[in-house]
Design a protein around this ligand. Structure first.
Ligand SMILES: Nc1nc2c(ncn2[C@@H]2O[C@H](COP(=O)(O)OP(=O)(O)OP(=O)(O)O)[C@@H](O)[C@H]2O)c(=O)[nH]1
Ligand SMILES: [Mg+2]
Length: 162
């Protein structure tokens, strides 16, 4: 399974997603520091909410295979920059959580995540389990390894390296 790096606002559901992906019952655990779990790297929401420490997310993300930009479907405002994908050489996916809530606004959050550069977007509920299987299946797919020659060719032609 590819290791998923998670970042997004406080209470967006990053830790709950880690539990849901493992089929565990949800139990609240405030993330106080970066946790390199077996399937995810879970970060505290405060990192993306603070201009002073947001850049730390870039270096922490390098231990992962896929970057997951996580946003709850009922979030009132957007903390992600357009073109945010520029900080990484990993594939970046958007994960919309809390789609079970009555005030979920999936089209709005989808637009924020697309603008950030997410190539694929998954809508999930950690509470009901909706959408979790699709995300897990995606993470279980291991893309074929490229040769150094192929990577060099992509770099020369300005293509992203994934
Ligand atoms: N209804 C609903 N509640 C959710 C969902 N995902 C998480 N929650 C709830 O949202 C609250 C915060 O979830 P966490 O997973 O701790 O959020 P987090 O993003 O890890 O938060 P920080 O560790 O503070 O950055 C908890 O009470 C969860 O039960 C979801 O998909 N639907
Ligand atoms: Mg957490």
């Amino acid at each position: 399974m590819r290791k998923l790096f998670l970042y997004g606002r406080t209470e967006a559901g990053k830790t709950s997603l880690t539990q849901a992906l493992k089929g565990e019952k949800l139990h609240y655990h405030k993330t106080q520091y970066n946790n390199a779990w077996d399937i995810t790297i879970d970060t505290p929401g405060e990192y993306i909410e603070s201009k002073k420490i947001a850049h730390a997310l870039c270096s922490i993300s390098f231990d992962s295979d896929v970057i997951g930009v996580l946003c709850a479907a009922n979030e009132p405002y957007n903390v992600f920059c357009p073109g945010e994908i520029g900080f990484t050489t990993r594939p970046m996916i958007g994960i919309i959580t809390k789609i079970d809530l009555p005030n979920a606004n999936i089209p709005m959050v989808t637009q924020w995540l697309k603008e950030a550069g997410c190539q694929k977007i998954f809508a999930v509920s950690n509470q009901t389990g909706e959408g979790i299987d699709e995300l897990r299946d995606y993470l279980l797919q291991i893309p074929p390894r490229r040769t150094l020659e192929e990577a060099k060719q992509d770099q020369q032609s300005g293509k992203r390296s994934f």
